[in-house]
Write a protein that binds this ligand. Sequence first.
Ligand code: SAM
Length: 284
Amino acid sequence: MNGLEPALYIVATPIGNLSDLTRRAEEVLRNADVVAAEDTRHSKLLLDHYGIKPPQMVAFHDHNELERRDAIAEKVSAGLAVALISDAGTPLICDPGFHVVDLCRESGIRVVPVPGCCAAITALSASGLPTDRFVFRGFLPVKDKALREALESLRGETATTVFYESPRRVLDTVRLMAEILGSRRLVIARELTKTFESFYDHPADEMASFLAEDPDRQRGEFVIMVAGAASPEEGEVTAEAERVLKVLLPLMPMRKAAKAAAEITGLRGNDLYEAALRLSGKES
Ligand code: SAM
């Protein structure tokens, strides 16, 4: 051991700008007995930049996580300090690590977070969108039907929603957002902390043509943030809530449908019951 308590350290690393490694993260990486990295070659660039030469480096990625997690937990149990890093940002946030953290916690092995960069939080912090409530949805589904369903679920979402997206898909995703969400405000954070860092802020139905105009705008790494739907006034039943009610009403009694719709949409059950009466033509 090199002066670090035995534990699994979950160490956040920069998302572009190498100076964004925290001093504590540097210290942990310098003193860890083992660094488990998603891509050892990629992480060596960061470690070399700081002159850090771990005694042992192991590859730990999506394809070997289940197989390697026991070995990692055993190293910590044997008294070693193991630092887990991913290619960029905070491990486990759309990155490997969940299974080993879960195993360590279950086995009473100490897990220590060493916080730092996360693309979602970095993007939100400078987006100008409300951040008092936000939903992080990671990467969108790839299959058409699931993708469409995921985006349709945003119709009634009043919190800011954050997605990660690849350059290959960003234009198509934004086009579909425009189709489903119309003029809802989008903010796209591109290449955060890097030379070409940009924030694009346009309604969904204008964002697609804005991106298409210049292929450079589709290059790099992206966080897409979708503004929340306007909160309904008290007593107001949104179009989305009516759509949910119309699906539920043929399947269950009216009170139950109103209650389920209230849970799905976050609106008041009484307002939805009134709407259900109206929709069924039973209004007094
Ligand atoms: N663990 C990372 C974190 O804490 O943000 C995320 C890893 S995930 C595999 C990679 C995705 O994060 C990218 O496809 C992109 O959507 C987003 N991302 C990472 N770095 C970024 C950057 N510098 N600018 C914009 N988005 C970034």
